[in-house]
Every structure is written in C-alpha cells, then in structure tokens.
Design a protein around this ligand. Sequence first.
Ligand SMILES: O=C(O)CCC(=O)C(=O)O
Ligand SMILES: [Fe+2]
Length: 343
Amino acid sequence: MPKRIQSFFQPISKKPKLQSSPDLSQPPQNHEEAENEVDLLPPTHHPTYPFPIADLPPQISNPLSNISSLNPPKPITNHPHLDLLYFEHLIPPKTAKSLFTFLRKELPFYRVQYTTRRGPTETKINTPRFTTVFGVDATSHFTRSPDSPTPTLLDSKTLKPPPFQKYKCKPRPLPTCLETLRLAVQTATNHPKETPYNFCLVNYYASGSDSISYHSDDERFLGANPTIASLSLGAKRDFLLKHKPGIEAGALKFPLASGDMVVMRGETQSNWLHSIPKRKGGEAGLGRINITFRRAVVPGGTENYYRYNVGDGGVYRWCEEEGRMVEVDSDGDGKGSDQDGSV
Ligand SMILES: O=C(O)CCC(=O)C(=O)O
Ligand SMILES: [Fe+2]
C-alpha cells in the first residue's frame, strides 16, 4: 500500500516528546514550556483527519471560557437590510495571538482548485487562500459512546450510520480545539441552543496576495436569514461590505484585528456582499486566520463545503522552520521524507 494511504489508517503512534508530566494546572513560565505543553496533551484523532490535531492547552482554553463577559458588541444596523454585531477584542490580544499560532500549527489546510462552467466556457479557479472545514449538516451528527471514543457519524433520524450514498465527501467532526471555540462563540453571541452552529470553516491568508472576493453566504442549504459568526486572528485585514445591486448604500470597511469578531445576521446575506481584498504592505504578510461558524441544514451544504474547502488536492501544514505552509503526506510529515525512498 502506498505510504500516503497506509498511514491514513494507522493508529496514532507518535509519543509525547517529553516523558515527565508537569502540573498542567499551572501557567507555563515561558514560550518554550508552552510549546512543550501542547505536545503533551492528547491530540484528537479521527480517521477522516490527515493527522492528529492537539487539544488547546489550558493557557488558551481557560481565557476562552469567559470571553462573553468582557466586551459587549456594537450593533450595526444603520444601513438598509444590514444587521451586524461587531465585537472588538472579543478575545484578548495575548490569547488571540496564542490561538492563532496554535491553529496555524495544528490544522490541516488545502489550496483548492476547481473548474466552473458557464455555457461552453470552462474556467480553472485557484482559490486564493488556504482553507479547511469541519462539521456536518443538521440531518446528521457525530456521537461518542463509551465503547467507541472516536466520534461516529449518525443520521439524525434513524440514529444509524447514514447510507453510503448520502455523502460523496467524508464529513469530519470538529476537533476538540475548535469545539471549545465554537462553544465560547455561541455563548458570547447568545446563539440559540436549539440551532447550534454545525460547521466551522477556516481560511488562512498567508500574505496580502491571499483574499476572498465579494460574495454572500446566502446558499439555500443555510436556510433563510442565516447567522454567521466570523472570527479574526493574526494580521489585521480590511473586511469590506457593499449592498447588492439595487441600492446605493456605500461600502463599509472594518479593519479587523486579531481577536475581533463580526456576526452577520438577518437579511444581511441576502442583501449585502462581503470580501477581504488583496493588500500590499501592512501586516498582511504575518498571516491571518478567519474562522466562520455557521449552520447548514441539508446534506447539500456538507457536500459544498468539503468540495470547496478540502477538495481533492494535497494537504498543507505550517512549517515553523520555513515560516510557510508546506505540502505534507497524510501523516503530517514533509513530502519526500519516506523511509523506503519513494517520493
Ligand atoms: O476572512 C474573512 O473575514 C471572511 C471570510 C468569508 O467571508 C467566508 O469564508 O465566507
Ligand atoms: Fe463569506
């Protein structure tokens, strides 16, 4: 079996780097200790992940548990059909920086390519940013049982694994680190418990050349008037909004900083477009992570999100030594490092 496929099915074999067990209830003394602590915690693994994803260390998860009580949001409703909540510094700067570094290091990313067809014309699209996604629409859910600590995908009606034709893609459960963040964001935004966010989409803008063009998240699989919570970590980037053709409302600009969150609600998606334009200079080169939490209601949403955020190309992982994303084998090792000499 080629190494790439074989390693996908292998149990986790990596040992923690340190053998001693420090008291994790104490804050670490310095950056190096914090890094080692991350290595000591059990990673979340799942057969759908290309490599295990560590849990948040307490120095990040503890501050996240009380973000809702820190800064109340500014409602922005002074334009037609616009309904935003703007949380400046939802996450305090130090925690936001650690969370950015942690997620960039731990998550698998993709550089998705796809083809669009308009009449006879085919266009090859290179998504101009790194993306990844976790979650499943409301007709299914992941469950853990005492006999099987690995989350299992179940159909929400039959409570059995969905028939194989239900999904072409392989839905991935949220790793514990993103589940912790999802709960913190739901609490901070007073999101209704009956309709929890079931998707987490992550963008990584490596430099000012990475971007997302004007669009709205108004697909039918999100239902009417979807609420989308969008968290920024890392480099400050401009988030632009403009009304769809028909009303001249003027463009709005939010220079989103690390730890800021914008919640788009009500009629916003059906009437407004948003984007992160390319930028020269500034802090863009330091990299920015954006995380959106949303709720898809039908399987079409699951297919769409995995198609356009995971796709069928290679997996990328942050390489600290090189200071960039590098393509890796599915066990997280750099490409070309095979023991048997095959590349
Ligand atoms: O990066 C951002 O702030 C926006 C991302 C976005 O609009 C999306 O993923 O749909
Ligand atoms: Fe969007």
